[in-house]
Structure formats: structure tokens, C-alpha cells
Design a protein around this ligand. Structure first.
Ligand code: BEZ
Ligand code: FE
Length: 293
């Protein structure tokens, strides 16, 4: 009998025997996480009873996922996204106080060095798509405006691509920018009406979705990171509620509170008042930041 009294590895004792090997760890958090993973993984294998050929297929899928990944293309994050795990980790780590705006996935297309722009600037540098005015306030949970908050926004162009997916085709920093609020907490800027687009689906995750009868699309949205001293950073989106894919986001990022109203403005008085060349879309959306812990 071995010194942990569990005996040799058997089908019945499999998880316990593996977990017992970590008894001498200097990293108890890692061992606790691994024990949970090992227990659930062994349970899943016992439930599924895969053939050896099926298990090899699973290993090949993970290998391809690794081969597809580099600093730019994070296929494992994409896998976590389409399995709903990214949104679950996000939910667990972003339980907000009542009234605060909700978070959602960051996604792979944020760039940290987008230019800070004057309030009212147009972030649409390629001139494509339908013009859209986006405005609102950044508030605390007491409804007071937050001065000096930054709003970092990024969105796809009318062809459904981020600038970083089309280097040399779109202007650098097309449809992204940072805005800073004044004392009234208000923001406004011009962009282009977003449209639905597929997550990168030319790799193993895309193949998996296809085999599962799932589409790769995300409903039209704008991404935001909101930051202000004394407040928790908020990573979120606003979504077009009328989008075809609003109820089937490939990465499960939609929440009721993130649905914004996209309104077509064709009243000549409003068009003139905003200095627009013609009809435009308008989205008015307030963000409420939670105080930092
Ligand atoms: C995005 O919205 O940019 C995104 C999010 C998750 C996976 C791929 C793209
Ligand atoms: Fe996106």
C-alpha cells in the first residue's frame, strides 16, 4: 500500500489518487484549483466514456488551438468566449452595486494607445457607414456627474472589421478614441452605426462552432472602457437591440441593461442643430460607475 493509503490508480479512485500527489505543494491556491479541475474532468470522462480515438480528437483540437495562438491571435481566449466561460468569470468578478452599469467581455481588439480626442470629435476616419451621434453622461451611483472620467471607445467599421484587423486598409485608429468628461460628466462624439460581424472563425474554434450548428456572429455593439479616480474601471458595450443576432451573441456578452436605443434622426431642425450633413442615428446612454472598494 502506498503511504497515502489510496493504493494504486483505479477507475474508482482516479481523481483522489491524482489529487493526493499535490499534498506537498508550496502553492495551496493552485493545488485547490487543480483539485477542482481534476475532480470535474475525471467525472466528465467517466460520464462520457470517450473512445481512445475520440480522446485523441480532443487532444488534436487543443493542439490546433495552441498552434493558432500567438500574441495577436488568442484562440484559447476565443474558446473560453464561445463556451461562455469568459462571461462567467466576468460576472463573478464584477458583481456591481445596485444602479451601477454592468460589464461585459473585453474582446481581443482593444488597443491601449488610442488618441485622446476633443469632445464632439468624429472617430469615423474612413467615412464609411451611416453617421451616428453617441452621447450621454458618466455618473456615480448617487446620480452625480463624474468629472475627469475617461471613456475609451472602439467599434468596427461598416465592413464589420476593427482597424487592427485591416492594417493598411483602414486608417490607424479608425473608429477608436478616448474622451474625457468635464464638470457636467457629459460626453458626445460621432461614429458610424455598427453592424453585426463574425468573431475570427478561420481557426479550430470556428470549425467547432460550425460542427455544433452555431453561427460566429456578434450583434452590433460599441466597446467601452470607463475609468475615473475613486471608481472601479468598467469594461462594457452598448448593443443595438434591433440586431438580428441580439439573442444569440456567439460569446454571450449581451445583457438587458446594455441594450441602447438607436434612433434615426431625420428632422431637418435637429439635423441642422447638430451640424450634420443629413439624417443620422443617435444613441443616448448614461454610464454609472461603482465606487472603488
Ligand atoms: C469583440 O467584440 O470584439 C470580440 C469579443 C470576443 C471575441 C471576439 C471579438
Ligand atoms: Fe466587438
Amino acid at each position: 500500500m502506498r503511504e497515502d493509503n489510496l493504493g494504486y490508480f483505479t477507475e474508482e479512485t482516479s481523481a483522489d489518487v491524482v489529487i493526493a500527489r499535490m499534498a506537498d505543494t508550496a502553492n495551496p491556491r493552485l493545488a485547490a484549483l487543480m483539485a477542482t479541475i481534476i475532480r470535474h474532468l475525471h467525472e466528465a470522462i467517466k460520464e462520457m466514456e470517450p473512445t481512445q480515438a475520440e480522446w485523441l480528437e480532443a487532444i488534436k483540437f487543443l493542439t490546433e488551438t495552441g498552434h493558432m495562438s500567438d500574441d495577436w491571435r488568442q484562440e484559447f481566449i476565443l474558446l473560453s468566449d464561445v463556451l461562455g466561460v469568459s462571461m462567467l468569470v466576468d460576472a463573478i468578478n464584477n458583481r456591481k452595486p445596485s444602479g451601477a452599469s454592468e460589464s461585459t467581455v473585453l474582446g481581443p481588439f482593444h488597443v491601449p494607445d488610442a488618441p485622446e480626442l476633443p469632445m464632439g470629435a468624429n472617430i469615423c476616419l474612413d467615412g464609411k457607414g451611416e453617421p451616428m451621434l453617441i452621447k450621454g453622461r458618466i455618473l456615480d451611483t448617487g446620480g452625480r456627474p463624474i468629472e475627469g472620467a475617461t471613456l475609451d471607445v472602439w467599434q468596427t467599421n461598416d465592413d464589420g472589421f476593427y482597424d487592427v484587423q485591416q492594417k493598411g486598409i483602414q486608417p490607424d485608429f479608425n473608429l477608436r478614441g478616448v474622451f474625457r468628461t468635464g464638470a457636467d460628466g457629459r460626453y458626445h462624439f460621432w461614429g458610424a452605426r455598427p453592424r453585426f460581424y463574425p468573431i475570427p472563425d478561420d481557426g479550430p474554434v470556428g470549425k467547432l462552432l460550425a460542427q455544433l450548428g452555431r453561427h460566429p456572429y456578434r450583434p452590433a455593439h460599441l466597446h467601452y472602457i470607463l475609468e475615473a479616480p475613486g471608481f472601479e474601471t468598467l469594461i462594457t458595450h452598448i448593443f443595438d437591440p434591433d440586431d438580428t443576432y441580439i439573442n444569440s451573441d456567439a460569446v454571450f456578452g449581451v445583457k438587458q441593461s446594455l441594450l441602447a436605443k438607436f434612433e434615426l434622426i431625420d428632422d431637418p431642425v435637429r439635423i441642422a442643430a447638430e451640424g450634420a450633413a443629413g439624417p443620422f442615428h443617435e444613441v443616448i446612454h448614461d454610464f454609472v460607475l461603482a465606487p472603488s472598494a
